[in-house]
Design a protein around this ligand. Sequence first.
Ligand code: MN
Length: 763
Amino acid sequence: MAFWRRISRQMQAATDSVAVAPALPAVERPKSPRSRMMRQYDLVERVRSYNPDTDEDLLNRAYVYAMKAHGTQTRASGDPYFSHPLEVAAILTGLKLDDATIVAALLHDTIEDTEATRAEIDNVFGHEIGALVEGLTKLKRLELVSREAKQAENLRKLLLAIADDVRVLLIKLADRLHNMRTLEFVPHASRRRIAEETLDIYAPLAGRMGMQEMREELEDLSFHTLDPEAYAVVMQRLDALAERNRNLIGEIESQLSKNLQKNGITARVYGRRKQPFSIWTKMERKSVGFEQLSDIYGFRVVMADVESCYRALGVVHTTWPVVPGRFKDYISTPKQNDYRSLHTTVIGPGQQRVELQIRTEEMNQIAEFGIAAHAFYKEGEGSPTERLKHESNAFAWLRHTVGILSESANPEEFLEHTKLELFHDQVFCFTPKGKLIALPRQANVIDFAYAVHTDVGNSAVGCKINGKFAPLSSELQNGDEVEVLTSKAQAAPPSAWESLAVTGKARAAIRRATRTAVRDQYAGLGRRIVDRLFARAKIEYADDKLKGALPRLARASIEDVMASVGRGELKASDVARAMYPDYKEERMVRYGAKRSLADKLKLKSPPHPARSASVIPVRGLNSDLPVKFAPNGGAVPGDRIVGIVSPGEGITIYPIQSPALKDFEEEPERWLDVRWDVDETMPQRFPARILVHNVNEPGSLAQVATVIAEHDGNIDNISMSRRSPDFTELTIDLEVYDLKHLSAIIAQLRAKAVVARVERVNG
Ligand code: MN
C-alpha cells in the first residue's frame, strides 16, 4: 500500500506542472502562534523579489510535495506540520538563497518524518536537492544519537566536520531558528535542553559562519528560556535606559550624518542596541554592572566604498574624543569569519560612550548574513550556488576550520571571537547506522571497534572503511564510515593489539580479554591434569564434590581451582586430597621406568574420541597459550608431540623423540595430550635446532647461512665450536614452518660441498 501511495504521489507531483496546493487539511489549532500560514504565492513572491530567474514551477512542486508528504501531521503548537518547513524556507529567503536551498528547506523533514525517500526526491527534484535533503536527514539522525549519548560537543564539531555542502548548515540553522521561535509550545521538560543545545552548538556555529543576526536571535531566544529572570532584568534596564536617552540615538545619528555630509561623504547611519544576551554575558564576564557598560549602543556607518570608510573614520575622530585602545581595523585585517569593519569608540553627546562600526554595504551584508551573503556579492562564473560553494571566503574559512580539525595547526586568533574550541585532537567516525564515534587522533579501527562495544572489539577480524576492505590497524580520518567485521570463532583478540590500540579503553579491554583467554586455557589445562590423576587413581571426580571442597583449597570456584592447577599453584593431588581426605598419592614407578617411551606414548592417546576435544591445541610462537617449546631443540608441526606441565610456566612441547622426556617419566600427571593446531592461511614459525658439521674453510659459514635464508628459514642463533682442525660444528637454532620445511632445508644443506653432515638436535 505504501508503495502505491508513494508512486501515485510521485506521479502526481511529477505531472502537476502548475502545481496548486489543495486546501489545507482541517486540523484543530488550539494555540496557534500565527494568525495564518504563509501562502504558496507568498513564498514564490519572496524568492522572485531577489531572484527574477527563479524556477517557480520547481518551488511550487516542492511546496505541494512537502505539504502532501506531511499530510495531517501537526506540530506541538497545533499548527499543521507543514507550517514548519515553510517558515524555514521563508527564513532562508531572508538570506536570499538559491532555489535549491529553498526547495531543500521545504523538503528538509520529509525523508525522516514521512514516507518520502531519497530516491524519490532525486527522481522528482534532481540529485542536487536530494543530496541536500539527505544531508539534513543525516544531521537530524546524528542529533538524536548524540542527544542520547550527551554528545552535544561532538555534534557541534561534527556539524562542521561533515557538512560538505554549506547550504545544509544554512538550512539546519534556519530549522533551529524556527524551532526556537516556537519553543513555547514544546513541553517544559525538553525546552531547556533544546535551548542549551542552541546556545552551545547552533548560535556559535552561526557566529562562525559570520551570520551575526541569526546568532543574536538564537542567543536571545535561548537566554530567555534558560534564565527568564536575568532576561527580564536586562530588558528592564534596557527599557529604562532607552527612556532616559530617548533622543540620544537620533541625536548621534543626525550629528554624524551632518558631519559626514560636510566632508562630502554619503553614508547611512543607524544606531542599534546590543542584544540582552550579549549584555548579560559581558556583565558576567567582566563582572561589571549595567551602568558601567560602555557600549550598549552601537552605530553602523555604512557607505559605498572602502576609501570613504577611512575618510569617515577621520571625521569621527575629529568630531568627538576617542576612547584609547578601542580602535580596530578589520578592513585591512579581516577576522577569520570574513568579517570586515573599522571599529572605534568615542565619547559622544551627553558623555555617553558610543561604539561605531564603519563599513561598506557589502561588508555590512557579510557581517549580518555571513556566508549566505557571498552568493550575491562575489563576482564570478557559475550559478550563485557555485559561487557560494567555491568562491566564498567564508566557505573557504569553513573548510579551513575542517582542515584544522584534521591537521592541528593552531592560529590563536582563530579562537578569539568564538566559543568554539579546536578539535584537532579528535577524529569523528560513524558506524554504518550513523552512530557517531569520537576518538583521539591517530586512533585506528581496533579503537573504533572497542568504542562501539567490547564484544565487537574482541571478535573483530576485519573491517571496511567507507565500503572498502582495510586493515584493522588503519588510522581513521574524519567522517569515515567504519564497518567492523566480526567472527564468533575469535574467542579473544590477539595480544599484539594491545600495543596497536591508541585508546586506553581498547587497551584495557584487550588486556582483560587476553588475560581471560589465558586463564581459560589454564583452567582447561588444569581440568585435564585433574582428570588424568583421578582416572589413574580410579577415584571418582564430580564438580559437586569439588564444590564442597573449595574452602579447603581456599579457592572461590571450580574454575579457580582448575586454573590454579594449570598454573601449577595447586597440585592435582592436593585437589584429590581436598575431596577425599584419605587419598594417598601413589608413586607410579612402574609406569615410568619399566616401560619404554613408545609404550607410554601409546597410552597417551585419548581413551575416547570425544576426549580429543579437550586436547590442548598448540599454535605458533606468538600464541596466547601458556605454551613453550622444548628449550633445546624445539618442536615443529609434523613432529609427534607431548606436553609437559611445569608449575607456574604452563606447558612445554617436546617431540616424542626428545631425550629430555626421560626426566619426566616419574611424574605421569605432568604428561599431557596435545595436538598441533596450525592455521594454514596464517603461516607461523616454530623452533628447531640442527647441528651442521662444516668443512673449515673461508666463507663456509656464509654458505650455510645463505642456504637457510634462501629457503625461507629464519636463523635465531648460531653457536660454533671446533672439534678438529678440519671441521667446525655449528649449532643452529632455526624457525621453520613445519617438518617438511625443516627437512627441505636439511637436504639443501647436505647438498653443499662445504657441509659434511647435518642432523637435527632434540634436547
Ligand atoms: Mn525541521
